[in-house]
Design a binder for this molecule. Structure first.
Ligand code: VGL
Ligand code: ZN
Length: 198
């Protein structure tokens, strides 16, 4: 039974000073680096949007960041422009140990569909390929850390649990955006899906 550590979106734009800064997002970096040494497999995810991505409020006249819109696939939060492909903001936090990663999985590159989860885009059907990668390597247990607890960590953890993986989220090594009760809702949703909240 092989275990993997999945480090979600520890990128400059999600850290203080970034375009979509998560409070204390940078504080988890040393602990994540330390935890990497305990896992045989480390996977990093990277939010990786083309300029003009449909999740950016700037693409929706009259809309401001953190407002909702209706996409063909359902309701979608509109975000400030962030993690644009090739930008400094899309790079990993400079102190994150990236050399330990076997795989760097990019997501959100489809202009028309956002992708919070490392497994499926926000239409909930388009796969990223991560499930196949994990299964073909015989990986059954996942520990997740990173940013943000209530969006990309939450969606990734719930999808993984629904796919049958044994999932633990280390909340001490995550930080949340937490607006409109999103953190409490995410915690309830993860628990309901069978995710272990540690
Ligand atoms: C994320 C909002 C938009 C995340 C990514 O990594 O949690 N949140 N894109
Ligand atoms: Zn994004």
């Amino acid at each position: 039974m092989t275990q993997a550590l999945i480090v979600i979106d520890v990128q400059n734009d999600f850290c203080p000073g970034g375009a979509l800064a998560v409070p204390e997002g940078d504080l988890i970096v040393p602990g994540i680096n330390a935890l990497m040494t305990e896992f045989p497999v480390v996977i990093l995810t990277q939010d990786w949007h083309p300029a003009g991505h449909s999740s950016f409020a700037s693409e929706h006249p009259g809309k401001a960041p953190m407002e909702m819109t209706e996409m063909p696939y359902g309701p979608q939060v509109l975000w400030p422009d962030h993690c644009v492909q090739g930008s400094i903001g899309a790079q990993f936090h400079p102190d994150l140990t990236v050399d330990r990663a076997d795989l760097i999985l990019r997501k959100g590159f489809n202009r028309a569909i956002d992708s919070y989860s490392a497994f499926f885009e926000n239409d909930r059907t388009t796969p990223t390929g991560l499930e196949g990668y994990l299964r073909t390597r015989g990986i059954t247990r996942l520990t997740m850390v990173g940013l943000a607890t209530d969006f990309c960590v939450n969606y990734s953890a719930v999808d993984a649990a629904k796919l049958g993986f044994d999932v633990t989220v280390r909340q001490d090594l995550c930080r949340a955006i937490d607006f409109g009760g999103s953190l409490a809702a995410a915690q309830a949703g993860m628990a309901e899906a069978g995710v272990t909240l540690a």
